[in-house]
Design a protein around this ligand. Structure first.
Ligand code: SF4
Ligand code: SF4
Ligand code: SF4
Length: 426
């Protein structure tokens, strides 16, 4: 159980933030989980009502509270559309931290977060071993999407189609980098993130190719750890704080003008959650606030800082774009990735509901796969209806979910990160 004073403080902060909710229900119309389930407890207003009596509910029905709180993608659509400016994400994350602080982590989460994520070397070793032996348990399904499925009946994997672990992760291809600013006069730090490193290293290589092409110096320190969002969304603030400490230690060993990532979730976590949710010492908190101002998604950096412009080309590769929630809702970044697709000479088509969540939501996909699949299936239908060859996005987690949905529908198209399209055009 967490320190009782820390828990009491979190309860107070939660109460202070909850008073802003007017119970207007505007969030209901935009919640992707509610759109599929129609259950009031799935929508923000229902969850906030539950949290108002959290202390009582926790004692009476802890399992029920956990189940209701976790039926949420943390997509931030409700927050982005709330007329009262309720900090819904902070509230949900604090409520999860209270639950975990009181009841503890499950043994499996404890092993993953505290045993593995807190130790980046061990994490790399274990995923490296997984990459070697995964062929025993998986078989290829779709060459265009690069997807596989389970060879045998596996309860956790079920009927998922997925991109497997890369045989050579980015940290093996480029262990570290420290190059001076070139013709742009700018140097960036590149925060890789675990999904790009271990599943989509080609996205990381594309980022490095583009930065080199534009004469941007790169500081990419070795030993980077996960940004911590999987731990924070499970209420494990202790692991979250430790991971921030590891990453800041690595980042402070070099100099740079901006920090860029190719993962929408990492960017939003570093910009919004590191400074707001970090619970450690004040000096590091100050550094996190400074880092926030320098952190950009790679498309923001290329379009807003380097001034890359779109080209109007017809007849190029047909591409549509899915907005990751953590870029659109959290950071308001929607135009820059589209500009990059057009700068790559692609023939862009806007799909219906491009800004609606793909249904991944990290651990939501694992705990509520049926719901995740319903939301994702709608996304795949919209992508396919746009009649393009390629579904592009800016988040590796969205790439995983969209690949699964398109592969299960035998869509005969591919999924790319926008930076891959731009790098291919250089
Ligand atoms: S969270 Fe915002 S949109 Fe939802 S009920 Fe409360 S005030 Fe209304
Ligand atoms: S974060 Fe997304 S899934 Fe969760 S309540 Fe808000 S809109 Fe619904
Ligand atoms: S947000 Fe996801 S992809 Fe980014 S570092 Fe964390 S776990 Fe990895």
């Amino acid at each position: 159980m967490a320190d009782i004073n820390k828990l009491a403080q979190m309860f107070k902060e939660l109460d202070d933030q909850l008073v802003n909710c007017m119970k207007c229900g505007m969030c209901q119309a935009v919640c992707p989980v509610f759109a599929e389930s129609g259950r009031e407890t799935d929508v923000t207003r229902g969850k906030l009502a539950l949290l108002e009596g959290l202390a009582n509910e926790m004692l009476e029905d802890p399992e029920g509270v956990n189940e209701k709180l976790n039926r949420c993608l943390l997509c931030g659509t409700c927050q982005a559309n709330c007329p009262s400016g309720v900090s819904v994400m902070d509230i949900f994350l604090k409520a999860r931290a209270i639950m975990t602080g009181y009841f503890g982590l499950s043994p499996i989460k404890r092993t993953i977060f505290r045993g593995m994520l807190k130790n980046p070397k061990l994490f790399n070793t274990l995923t490296g071993m997984g990459a070697k032996f995964q062929g025993v348990f998986t078989k290829k399904v779709d060459d265009m999407l690069g997807s596989s499925c389970a060879r045998f009946n596996a309860p956790v994997i079920r009927d998922r189609h997925f991109n497997t672990l890369a045989t050579k992760p980015l940290h093996k291809i480029v262990p570290e980098l420290d190059t001076p600013a070139g013709k742009s006069g700018i140097k960036v730090a590149f925060y890789v993130g675990c999904v790009i490193d271990k599943i989509y290293p080609q996205v990381g290589e594309a980022i490095l190719k583009v930065l080199k092409h534009h004469g941007v110096g790169v500081f990419m320190p070795s030993g980077q750890a996960c940004c911590g969002i999987p731990a924070l969304s499970s209420g494990d603030t202790d692991t979250f704080d430790t991971l921030i400490g590891i990453n800041m230690d690595r980042l402070r060993s070099g100099e740079f003008d901006y920090l860029v990532t190719g993962c929408a979730t990492c960017t939003a976590t570093i910009k919004e959650l590191w400074p707001r949710m970090y619970g450690g010492d004040a000096a590091l908190k100050y550094d996190l606030e400074q880092l926030e101002k320098k952190t950009l998604d790679i498309s923001q950096f290329l379009v807003d800082i380097l001034k890359i412009e779109s080209k109007e080309i017809k007849g190029g590769r047909g591409v549509t774009y899915h907005d990751p929630c953590h870029l659109k809702n959290s950071l308001g970044v929607t135009a820059q990735p589209r500009t990059l697709v057009k700068a790559a000479g692609c023939d862009f088509t806007e799909m219906a509901e491009a800004g609606t969540c793909c249904g991944c939501g990290g651990s939501f996909n694992i705990a509520h796969y049926d719901m995740s699949k319903k939301i994702g299936s709608r996304k795949a239908d919209n992508i396919m209806a746009s009649g393009v060859q390629t579904a592009a996005t800016s988040c590796p987690a969205c790439m995983l979910q969209i690949t699964d949905m398109l592969s299960q529908k035998n869509a005969k198209m591919d999924v790319k990160h926008v930076i891959e399209l731009y790098a291919e055009s250089l």
